[in-house]
Ligand binder design. Structure first.
Ligand code: ASP
Ligand code: MG
Length: 409
């Protein structure tokens, strides 16, 4: 008998019919002889609605109270799913995060899981129940309700699978797996049967929204066997997220093209080139909790240099304001900004053992007249920042150039 954690996202439980559909799937999985723990999100749109309500009442909602409000979305779906299961003759029991005791730190709206009590779930499972747990939430050691950040139900699913040493964590969503790139941009995009955990981590951090990035980190750390599948399809295998050592076959060199539209570039021109400058520019940005992504510093000829970096577009105004102060402070000439940037990345563990990937990427973009403004690399990815208006074209030509539309034998 296997123990399976199944997580269903907001669209999969978006209305009563769909909740009944999920119940049918869960019932079938249990009837096949496995023990099932289910994690659910709030019904689609519900978390946004609750955040909207909070903002109508308090323009910047108090984080503790915001968590009290938004965590209710998942409380509704666990109850409804249990009712649907019971209506189908399945024994089921629901728990909020606090009831299980998913213990987190006290960082409201972005809490981290510290510990999960498994006793209650084990007891229910042994008695033949399906256990249904609210995603996205926990409780701190003072008893305050916390939430794990948007998309956090994925992390709940993986964390429960780790705590229960489940045989597999299945993430059910509205797509049938992880694709070589977004099929809305490239219709030839293929579903991947497997992707390594490291590639998935890059894809998730680069804007592929299938899994919350923290859930992927968690799966990597605790070696949770993770699979992404569709809740609307019968019998698909989805995409299995594997560990490189498990792969016996030769891997394709590139697994996918990831992208992120919402980038902004800031450049500080004419900065005196001396030790401590990068810190003086980026220190205040970090203090404001703004994530900096790509960074470039030019060589200097006349004792001054130019310094550019990208941030998420949401942080653009705040960053610009900080830089205006920094400019005066470090004696820079000028600050320039471009808020319509995009980032495109090719990702693949095969890059480690192959040369010429970067040049192929750059040539492909050059042939389309797409100007590369910044470049950053890691062992398994190459990212470029380009003008947002070329994003879709870039993704399409790269997908083709790296033959991702072709099925590997
Ligand atoms: N309901 C939460 C959200 O919309 C958590 C989740 O769905 O994973 O972000
Ligand atoms: Mg999600």
């Amino acid at each position: 008998m296997a123990l399976i954690v199944q997580k269903y996202g907001g669209t999969s439980v978006g209305n009563p019919e769909r909740i009944k559909n999920v119940a049918r799937r869960v019932a079938a999985a249990q009837a096949a002889g496995d023990q099932i723990v289910v994690v659910v999100s709030a019904m689609s749109g519900e978390t946004n609605r609750l955040i909207g309500l909070a903002k109508e009442v308090q323009s910047t909602p108090d984080p503790r109270e915001l968590d009290v409000v938004v965590s209710t979305g998942e409380q509704v779906t666990i109850g409804l799913l249990c009712m649907a299961l019971m209506a189908q003759g399945v024994k089921a029991r629901s728990y909020t995060g606090a009831q299980v005791r998913i213990l987190t730190d006290s960082s409201f709206t972005k809490a981290r899981i510290l510990k999960i009590d498994e006793d209650r779930m084990r007891k229910d499972l042994d008695e033949g129940h399906v256990v249904v747990v609210a995603g996205f939430q926990g409780v701190d050691d003072a008893g305050n309700i916390t939430t794990l950040g948007r998309g956090g139900s994925d992390t709940t699913g993986v964390a429960l699978a780790a705590a229960l040493r489940a045989d597999e964590c299945q993430i059910y969503t509205d797509v049938d797996g992880v694709y070589t790139t977004d099929p809305r941009i490239v219709p030839e995009a293929r579903k991947l049967d497997r992707i390594t955990f490291e590639e998935m981590l890059e894809m998730a951090s680069l804007g592929s929204k299938v899994l919350q990035i923290r859930s992927v980190e968690f799966a990597g750390k605790y070696k949770v066997k993770l699979r992404v599948l569709s809740s609307f399809q019968e019998g698909g295998e989805g995409t299995l997220i594997t560990f490189e050592d498990d792969l016996k076959m030769e891997q394709p060199i590139i697994s996918g093209i990831a992208f992120n539209r919402d980038e902004a570039k800031l450049t500080v021109l004419g900065v005196p080139d001396r030790p401590g400058i990068a810190y003086q520019i980026l220190g205040p940005i970090a203090e404001a909790n703004i994530d900096v992504d790509m960074i470039i510093q030019n060589v200097s000829f006349d004792g001054t240099t130019d310094f550019s970096f990208t941030v998420n577009r949401n942080d653009y105004e705040r960053t610009l304001k900080i830089l205006d102060e920094v400019k005066a402070h470090v004696g820079a000439r000028e600050v320039r900004a471009d808020r319509s940037m995009a980032k495109v990345s090719v990702v693949g563990v095969g890059m480690r053992s192959h040369v010429g990937i970067a040049s192929k990427m750059f040539r492909t973009l050059a042939e389309e007249g797409i100007n590369i403004q910044m470049i950053s690399t890691s062992e398994i990815k190459i990212s470029v920042a380009i003008d947002e208006k070329y994003l879709e074209l870039a993704v399409r030509v790269l997908h083709k150039a790296f033959e991702l539309d072709q099925v590997v034998a």
